[in-house]
Design a protein around this ligand. Sequence first.
Ligand code: GLN
Length: 484
Amino acid sequence: MKEKTLAELSALIAQKEISSVELTQYYLDRIERLDGGLNSFISVTQEVALKQAAAADQKIAAGTAGPLTGLPMAHKDIFCTQGVRTSCGSKMLDNFIAPYNATVVEQVSNAGMVMLGKTNMDEFAMGSSNETSYYGAVSNPWDTDYVPGGSSGGSAAAVAARLTPIATGTDTGGSIRQPAALCGITGLKPTYGRVSRWGMIAFASSLDQGGPMAQSAEDAALLLNEMAGFDPKDSTSIERDVPDYSANLNDSLKGVKIGIPREYFSEGLEGGVENVVQDAITEYRKMGAEVIDIDLPNTNLAVPTYYVVAPAECSSNLSRYDGVRYGHRCDDPKDLEDLYKRSRGEGFGDEVKRRIMIGAYTLSAGYYDAYYLKAQRLRRLISEDFSNAFSKVDVIMGPVTPNTAFRKGEKADDPVSMYLSDIYTIAVNLAGLPGMSIPAGFSDNMPVGLQLIGNHFDESKLLNLAHQYQSVTDWHRQAPAGIE
Ligand code: GLN
């Protein structure tokens, strides 16, 4: 059962081979038995899950079920879930029970899906290794001494270990694609504005975007069909029809133009990763695609630009955690200032504090022009690189990360080396583009991802390219040994 994709499970439910309650119990048992060694869940919502599953079974019996009715899933613990702790991986929100559901949570629940629980993540989605979570590090199911990537590392590990058929994640600078690559699963970061951010705890609002983390592109399309769409509650949500993302998966790739950015294959890219990516590109050639070298000349500016823009937005977004309204409050404050200082000092971890300090600095009078304004200008240049590229090619392909998963602790004391994990993913967020990571092979027994980058709103094209690759390869069907 565990090797079945969401699409296959959907067929089993439709044929009444299994009930939603049975399927839900099956995954709850796997989580109970196997997650001790992975720590991919912060909360397991057994009671909610079984209740939703029973309701789904009634709909199925009544013939009113949709394609996802009764299928289990997990939410990254950044999405507000009514009546359920929503921690964002932080001590600050350890005691926070969300009073409402995020729009995404509503959408998948309206589709009849069953929530197994909330997955572990880097604190406030800041990180690339899942080591900054208040709830402890997550292990990579392919080798538990290694990190799963971050910040959606809990969702990636849970899907890779088949503790859930699918999960949600969020991506501000790579947090869907990088952990997907490191755990050997399929992850899609949609175009900025495609998926509602309402009720998704804000890190850097101009970059954050939720998306599916799945076994296959076919499954990612099924979940995106529910997640995407206009939301009047999110002022950056885009009013634009949602296509059926499952409709074009089988389109031919004859004549599709794939751009390969020279800058993504330079110094710093591990040989084993490069080989896998080159083999994948060869596979696309065989399927009839045309491969063209392109330039994204401002690639090297993406990480420095991001580390001005994202901390600036985070310092502003995280000012709401003040010990007054909700979240952690220190004991016996002397006065208001003491309340602020100690509540924030105790509630936030080191990485979050580092970002808040950088952000407050770059936004302060005297430095704003030198850093923040400059970064916004660079952001425009980076976007223009992509616009130029998309006048010549349909999609862009390259590595997701320069290396495979690294050992826990290896980069924990070296923030800059950690930040470079996202060197190939961050520009995509700065430009608001959709990006995908699909499993493409292994280097030293650890998974390697292939990145697909599309023009705005070209999610269907990315899913088509990913699905075609997955029709002729089986990397996405491989699961870590030892997790039975
Ligand atoms: N690793 C990047 C960071 O630490 C991106 C995180 C994300 O996409 N949420 O900010």
